[in-house]
Ligand binder design. Structure first.
Ligand SMILES: [Zn+2]
Length: 197
């Protein structure tokens, strides 16, 4: 049986992670955070991503920089065009408007969404489309802050370590039905802000 990670309360401003037991609101570490640093989680699925054990090994700096450069200049624009062309319905379901789709078809990013490397470049991940997924920034940042980053803390990444990586086979994120409204919050807030400009 798959254990799902679910939101309980909304984060207070500037206090992200508090509702997951990751801090007490004053930045102090908690047992939950210490467990995360050891790769121990009481959920198997977070924001639609299944935790999977992988090797995380940092490539040399020159390789990482070349890969990031290639991503920004070529891969991200072509990925945005590709998903806009092949997955318009999935993108609309994620909250992207017709204007946003037109922006993506030109190869530009849409505010509030991020193209995430499932296995990060600094962990040996590539710019292959299969390693990329477009998703809202809120749930995206949680993958890094709650799952990936804690496991990298004080580790020697050049040697390669095993970590639990949030994994999805999709190229466009699907909002998990269970925590629909909560997960949609950052995007909804952003859209309100944009409308008010
Ligand atoms: Zn990311």
């Amino acid at each position: 049986m798959v254990k799902e990670y679910t939101h309980t309360k909304r984060a207070r401003r500037g206090n992200a992670g508090a509702q997951y037991g990751y801090n007490n609101g004053r930045g102090k570490t908690t047992p939950e955070k210490q467990r995360a640093e050891r790769g121990q989680f009481d959920f198997d699925v977070i924001n639609g991503f299944k935790l999977k054990e992988v090797e995380f090994k940092m490539p040399p700096k020159s390789e990482r920089e070349a890969m990031r450069e290639q991503f920004k200049k070529e891969v991200r624009p072509s990925f945005l065009k590709y998903v806009a062309e092949h997955f318009p319905d999935e993108l609309r379901a994620m909250g992207i408007s017709d204007v946003g789709l037109a922006t993506m078809r030109k190869g530009y990013s849409v505010n509030g969404y991020n193209v995430h490397h499932k296995l990060p470049i600094h962990g040996g991940g590539t710019n292959d489309f299969k390693n990329l997924i477009i998703m809202p920034i809120g749930p995206h940042d949680e993958l890094h802050h709650l799952v990936i980053d804690p496991q990298l803390k004080n580790k020697s990444l050049a040697q390669g370590i095993k970590i639990k990586l949030p994994w999805s086979d999709d190229m466009v994120w699907k909002r998990p039905a269970k925590s629909r409204e909560k997960l949609n919050m950052p995007v909804a807030q952003l859209m309100q802000k944009q409308a008010g400009r």
